[in-house]
Write a protein that binds this ligand. Sequence first.
Ligand SMILES: *Cc1c(COP(=O)(O)O)cnc(C)c1O
Length: 495
Amino acid sequence: MKEISYSSTRGDKEKYSASMAILKGLASDGGLFVPSEIPALDKSLAELSEMDYQGLAYEVMKLFLTDYTEDELKKCIAAAYDSKFDTEEIAPLAEAEGSYYLELFHGATIAFKDMALSLLPHLMTTAAKKNGLDKEIVILTATSGDTGKAALAGFADVPGTRIVVFYPKSGVSPIQEKQMVTQKGANTKVIGIHGNFDDAQTGVKKIFSDKEFAAELDAKGFVFSSANSINIGRLVPQICYYIYAYTRLMKEERIKEGDKINICVPTGNFGNILAAFYAKNMGLPVGKLICASNTNKVLFDFFESGTYDRNREFHVTSSPSMDILISSNLERLIYFIAGGDAARCGELMSELSGDGKYSITDSEKAGLKDFYGGFADEAQTAEQIAKIYKASGYVIDTHTAVASYVCDEYKKSTGDNAPVVIASTASPYKFTRSVMNAIDPEYDKKTDFELIDDLAKISNVPIPQAIEDIRSAPVLHKTECDVDKMKDVIKDFLK
Ligand SMILES: *Cc1c(COP(=O)(O)O)cnc(C)c1O
């Protein structure tokens, strides 16, 4: 197997092993780690279709995480994808109204972030052992709602780690907030910031590149890492489920080996769809990657114009996990379409942090041909939930509805009728009020927990354990802070 190393998207030439890249989280120059190449699958899709999720995940991840031994990687995978998931399939496919919904929300916190964050703590503690790290790892995380809980659930009480989560105090759903502030575990800390997700993410990135602070903490026996999708250890596990979905369609004889499928992803930080792009570049037969945005359609505008411009009004929507104006993982795509020219990528990223915008050249733009951008506004998102429910009885969450709408619009406007796999990123139970109101505005009169019971009735889907757990759980985290005080809160927690 070919050894894969990791280096920065911004020009820092230093090369790291997979395990070191996972431990570091972010490159020293503020760039993101990218693999030296995207490896090709070394098993046929027919062979992969005979495997279960865990087996397939190993075959994909071994190609990227080349310094982990077979035994290490298999142990991590077995510990991640176990009975925390409520189905042995891990990521089942559901068909509704002519599309396939890849349900990525069967893990502990009922959003797709569990797919990677069930695994990351194991990859990280294994990496610490392999590399003889004797420091306590402090995971710093900015969340638009779902990463926070999934990371907390993954790292709570994991020896040798602590986790600090910053979420926008007024920018997450009531259930998302309740899930986070009820988190148990002495090594956990949850803070509501007075700002939006971009403020939280920018704050965390700043703390990461603060060399003085790092030295101060190093002296106290701590080292920072990240559970955000800027960590390559988040991205790699996400590649697996697209390949898995393809092989399930083969198994069910919906497609033949080699048939092209399209993949449609509700997008925020660009991690999930980038994983699909990597899967395509590993050899998965994928036509278009359909990038669906909500009203914060900075990515749609980028695909249209070649200019990324974050200088715009920020909208709080019913799909809060996509309320993002700085899509971090797009940097990895920019690096790719710039032909691996890290200096060029670094230049564009410094324009982004300076002027809040950058433009790519026509030849770079040609590198985006695999992508199709679309968006759904609030009314279209709600209508899509009602439409799918009324036609099929299937209930989708607000994020998935954005993708579902854009998928239908793509089919209509292009006439491309290849099978589409839609990434279904959250359980409707996580956004119950928005979902139920979309189906019938009369529901708005009810309390959140009444709505949960009603959702169970109309969808025939049992209430997930994650929801039962928060009904009576006490609030354990009450800290709030201003954006410029994030560092102080961390210092206090690590005292
Ligand atoms: C995080 C999240 C997204 C966006 O995924 P990215 O990888 O950030 O693009 C979409 N939907 C839900 C429910 C999420 O939690």
